[in-house]
Design a protein. Structure first.
Length: 134
């Protein structure tokens, strides 16, 4: 995916960062391309890491995108959810995913900083993700 990051930067002609609010209407052509790319990546992912996203009730589009893409995914091995409120994320994610995916889900009650900096986060990244951050 890193080779595709320049595409994300090109979505805004001024190169400014922007936030897409939790809404069904994701009709802007640049945002639409981003969602199409996300759908394709989720369909083909072996491992998905969701950091800090709590599946708000209003973000029906993202929930649908994730559920539809995962139902097409035949090679998924893990979905890791990193969030300081593990129970909310667990309940929300399991309510939108088919029961089949429950065995692939793993939840860590960490902040982003914990995931990056704590000893547990480092061990998790090394042991479960085979990754280190320099």
């Amino acid at each position: 995916m890193p080779d595709k990051l320049p595409f994300v930067k090109s979505l805004d002609p001024d190169g400014k960062t922007f936030i897409v609010p939790p809404t069904w209407n994701k009709s802007d052509p640049g945002i639409r391309k981003l969602w199409d790319m996300a759908y394709k990546e989720l369909m083909e992912a072996k491992r998905i890491i969701v950091i800090g996203y709590s599946f708000p009730e209003t973000d029906i589009y993202v929930k649908s995108l994730l559920a539809l893409a995962l139902n097409e995914n035949k090679i998924l091995q893990n979905i890791f959810f990193i969030n300081p409120d593990k129970n909310i994320v667990k309940n929300a994610s399991l309510s939108l995913l088919d029961k089949h995916f429950e065995k692939y889900c793993e939840y860590r009650e960490w902040t982003f900083s914990d995931f990056i900096s704590s000893d547990d986060g480092k061990k998790f990244r090394q042991d479960r993700l085979n990754r280190s951050i320099r």
